[in-house]
Design a protein around this ligand. Structure first.
Ligand code: PMP
Length: 403
């Protein structure tokens, strides 16, 4: 008999190597969460610099009160899908609020952002269609493509010319064409060059979906994401986003203006065959989206903090994931052992960041990924920079650039 788990022995070896160097970097335990930017980890108060809590909204008293009230009035769970077991009025209220915020005619809320990508991609594209994916796309986008049964064509990351070439090659094939981009790429923090892609769209014709998971609430004059920042929202047919980052809750959404958009509800398996979010999550998300609209200072503060960390890291001579200021700032390490050593040294010194290693990273990079929050103080950002500097000086940090 073949033991089905045998194939995972290499993972066990990798985890054992990591544990030999210190704490489990891919399964850390927060013993207490003190605030959006502080936790107790390994018995120490630690600055959180790897949370995706971009707006620092997780402890907002209004959001907490909304969640508590919803739980008291509607219970702990919805115990079923909206198709089979019915809607709660607050699901619809959240969809209406989001549609207003996004300036889109239609919006559908999902239980997670992962499911939003699965649902939207498999709802839009079928086995006769072709999905063109940026090579650095998030796993939920790849998985959505697999679920759809559509033909997958990958193009070089952020390369509109490469996409153009591949579109020309597929000319004459049957079925529709969906191109998927991300507002801010989750590992390196770079943005899609949207204007270049839209030039290709005008020339070749396809439908465009933007996953604004890391840019929703963050970029643009209205906080709607990269397309809002670039002034190109009319050219983006479908938007996907998550509540797990700037909204500080859990859930996801898809939005668009197409008159048949709402029919996707009856075609998306990850919407139909799973329970809808809990009342507490929906109410918290609704309160948070209202705050994103009413409190643009959070975006300004996040931008200032991101610039402070970016320039501080540059000053240390670190090689970063991209050259633009973004709330995702990734530090490139020479190899996995270096990344693990540096991650442990940083945690011991009092700062938590994310470790990101292949196969979860583009170009097999080993990264220490930081995410900035509007709730970080200047002193927090300066301390993070100082600790990176100290850890490097102590010899833990053989960075990519220094080799
Ligand atoms: N898209 C991207 C680009 C992401 O980074 C993530 C989560 N990291 C998701 C979608 C999925 O979001 P969720 O956490 O809500 O499942």
């Amino acid at each position: 008999m073949i033991d089905l788990l045998d194939k995972h022995r290499p993972i066990a070896d990798r985890i054992a190597r990591m544990l030999a160097q210190g704490v489990n970097a891919v399964g850390v335990t927060n013993d207490a969460i003190l605030s959006p930017t502080r936790a107790i980890i390994e018995g120490r108060e630690t600055i959180l610099a790897g949370t995706n809590n971009y707006m620092g909204i997780t402890f907002d008293p209004d959001c907490i009160a909304a969640g508590q009230e919803a739980m008291a009035r509607f219970g702990t769970g919805t115990t079923g899908s909206r198709i089979a077991n019915g809607n709660y009025a607050m699901h619809q209220a959240l969809e209406e609020e989001l549609a207003r915020f996004l300036n889109r005619r239609h919006c559908i809320v999902f239980t997670t952002g992962y499911q939003a990508n699965l649902g939207m991609m498999a709802g839009l594209a079928g086995s006769n269609d072709t999905i063109f994916l940026d090579a650095d796309s998030h796993s939920s986008i790849y998985d959505g493509c697999t679920l759809s049964g559509a033909k997958l064509v990958r193009f070089r990351h952020n390369d509109a010319t490469d996409l153009d070439k591949r579109l020309v090659r597929s000319e004459g094939e049957e079925g529709g064409r969906l191109v998927v981009l991300e507002g801010i790429y989750s590992m390196l923090g770079d943005r899609a060059p949207l204007a270049d892609f839209i030039e290709v769209k005008k020339k070749r014709g396809f439908q465009l979906l933007a996953d604004e998971a890391h840019s929703f609430g963050v970029l643009g004059p209205h906080g709607r994401g990269l397309a809002d920042e670039a002034g190109l929202e009319d050219e983006v047919d479908f938007v996907v986003g998550t509540f797990s980052k700037s909204v500080g809750a859990i859930g996801g959404f898809g939005a668009g203006n197409h008159p048949l958009f709402d029919m996707l509800r009856y075609a998306m398996r990850p919407y139909m065959f799973t329970a809808s979010s809990s009342p507490a999550s929906i109410a918290t998300s609704l309160a948070a989206v209202k705050k994103l609209a009413a409190e643009p200072w959070r975006r300004d503060r996040l931008r200032e903090n991101s610039a402070r960390l970016f320039h501080g890291f540059k000053g240390l001579g670190l090689e970063l994931g991209c050259d633009a200021v973004s709330p995702v700032i990734a530090v490139k390490c020479a190899d996995e052992a270096t990344a693990v050593a540096m991650w442990n040294a940083l945690l011991a010194a009092g700062v938590y960041v994310n470790i990101a290693v292949p196969p979860g990273t583009p170009n097999k990079l080993c990264l220490l990924r930081c995410s900035v929050s509007a709730a970080h103080t200047d002193a927090d950002i300066d301390r993070i920079i100082e600790l990176f500097g100290e850890v490097m000086a102590a010899g833990h940090g053989r960075m990519a650039a220094a080799g």
